[in-house]
Design a protein around this ligand. Structure first.
Ligand code: HEC
Length: 122
């Protein structure tokens, strides 16, 4: 009996860890926003990693891991569009200061916000 229980426990762990990765990718962003995948493409195309890092890749001075816990989606949007104002609010002192990415097409901006807001793991 003991052995059976252990085997069962192992299977459940395997299911959780195995399914976690797949569903995290496929999970739709809240509020019907576009999938975060496109946001990852925008993040790379806009070279955010010159000043920021995710999962240890990019500029380690500006980690964005867990940024979805720190800021709401609206606030992340404001960081991208009006970083000077958000920087003042957050009393950010890092240089060079973030430039505004105000001319991003709305779909790209939405996707980028969804991508970053989904980053809830430090
Ligand atoms: C020239 C450097 C630079 C670039 C390029 C840049 N940022 Fe930033 N960003 C900053 C600085 C400086 C801050 C202020 C916070 C800090 O001190 O790290 C910041 C803050 C942020 C924050 C708030 C982070 C927090 O922990 O409070 C977000 C979100 C963000 N940037 C997203 C982006 C995205 C998305 C891009 C690409 C479209 C981008 N940034 C490009 C320099 C940059």
């Amino acid at each position: 009996m003991m052995r059976l229980k252990q085997v069962g426990g192992f299977l459940i762990v395997a299911l959780i860890t195995g399914g976690g990765g797949a569903s995290a990718q496929a999970a739709p962003a809240p509020g019907g926003a576009p999938a975060a995948d496109k946001g990852a493409v925008v993040y790379v195309a806009q070279k955010c990693s010159l000043c920021h890092s995710l999962d240890g890749k990019g500029n380690a001075k500006g980690p964005l891991d867990g940024v979805g816990l720190k800021w709401s989606a609206d606030e992340i949007r404001q960081w991208i569009v009006t970083p000077a104002e958000m920087g003042a609010k957050a009393q950010a002192t890092r240089k060079p200061a973030m430039k505004a990415f105000a001319s991003l097409p709305k779909e790209d901006l939405d996707a980028l916000v969804a991508f970053l807001h989904a980053k809830k793991k430090k």
